[in-house]
Ligand binder design. Sequence first.
Ligand SMILES: [Fe+2]
Length: 166
Amino acid sequence: MEKMKRVNAILKAPLYRRCCARLEELEKERIFCCHQMPHLLDAARIAYILNMEQNLGFEKEVIYAAAVLHDIGKYVQYEDGTPHEQSGEKIASEILDSLPDDAAFSEEEKRMILTAIRGHRKLRADAEPLERLLYTSDKASRMCFACPAESECDWSVDKKNMELEI
Ligand SMILES: [Fe+2]
């Protein structure tokens, strides 16, 4: 199988493209963290590094799929206030189900990916391993120490990354 065939199928999916385009429009003037490709790939790569460092054993494409899809519902949150982990889970499910057979994720992989998306904003005590990995990588990807809007950002002090850790 070509490298990253399944992740590339997600990135090319018409619904994925439409959601990204809408989000790009809505975040055009945003001074705080954005939720577009640079952030999604930062989260993916941090997650993959942690996966290797900690021998978590996740398949690379499962990690990348969860990461590139995890903020897919953000435009809905801007539009109507629905928490983006909820809309994101639904949209991601639709995208994953739309992939061609030769780029499909298994039912168990889809379940893990969707659980991780649903749980990525608030860490549950009994979070699944991929959910925990996505949560950690998502937060670690934010470079608060180098952000010009840090002092205006409403993230709590203990949540902000004021020193590089990962
Ligand atoms: Fe994120």
